[in-house]
Design a protein around this ligand. Structure first.
Ligand SMILES: Cc1cc2nc3c(=O)[nH]c(=O)nc-3n(C[C@H](O)[C@H](O)[C@H](O)COP(=O)(O)O)c2cc1C
Length: 187
């Protein structure tokens, strides 16, 4: 089962189109969650106390952990997120706060290092950007570090199309190049 974590916002999102091309190529049963449709709880002190209490009791079947359980049991993860303000939309960070649950998606070793508890063996990160100044450290690299070091998903790949909003850019040609990449490189 593929879990498609959709952080796209715009009706004609190019990121989403690219992700859909990837999903078509992967051709497996997919669960789609649109982060726009999720009202994430505010991670205030009450929320954190409740969460810690449930974790200490091992009550991982609580609704609070539904997204974390879903993420931990997926075979493949596809995250689609437009490049916003050098990273990604805040809803994706809220999603990460919801799924980073000690005892569900990761645990700590006795010497203080995270150890993954997720089943997936591959995570794709699909991204499009308006410009060509697209450093990876605040977006893709952060997701990659989480995937590899928290969730235990070692194989992480980014699929991207950039420079789409530059004046005079041939948007169709840039997107086509990304679609061809997916067609020729994804199995
Ligand atoms: C709120 C916001 C912030 C953005 N920040 C950046 C940015 O930091 N760098 C950049 O190159 N493009 C930026 N863009 C442009 C988008 O990355 C670009 O239009 C992208 O293709 C949008 O994806 P979509 O078609 O899936 O919505 C931003 C767009 C929005 C709406």
């Amino acid at each position: 089962m593929i879990l498609f974590v959709d952080a796209c916002v715009r009706a004609h999102s190019r990121t989403k189109k690219l992700a859909e091309a990837l999903l078509t190529k992967l051709n497996e049963e997919t669960i789609h969650i649109s982060l726009e449709d999720i009202s994430f709880a505010v991670t205030d002190e009450d929320y954190l106390k409740k969460r810690d209490d449930l974790i200490s009791k091992g009550a991982f079947d609580d609704d609070m952990f539904a997204l974390a359980r879903q993420f931990a049991t997926a075979d493949t993860i596809v995250i689609a997120a437009p490049y916003w303000d050098l990273s990604f939309p805040a809803k994706l960070k809220q999603y990460i706060e919801a799924i980073n649950v000690l005892g569900v998606t990761f645990e700590y070793t006795s010497d203080g290092f995270p150890k993954g508890l997720c089943k997936a063996d591959k995570l794709y990160y699909v991204m499009t950007a308006g410009g060509n100044y697209v450093p990876e450290e605040f977006g893709f690299s952060y997701i990659k570090a989480l995937a590899q070091n928290f969730y235990g998903i070692k194989d992480v790949e980014m699929i991207k199309a950039i420079g789409l909003d530059i004046m005079g850019a041939d948007v169709e040609a840039i997107m086509d190049e990304a679609f061809v990449y997916v067609e020729q490189n994804i199995e």
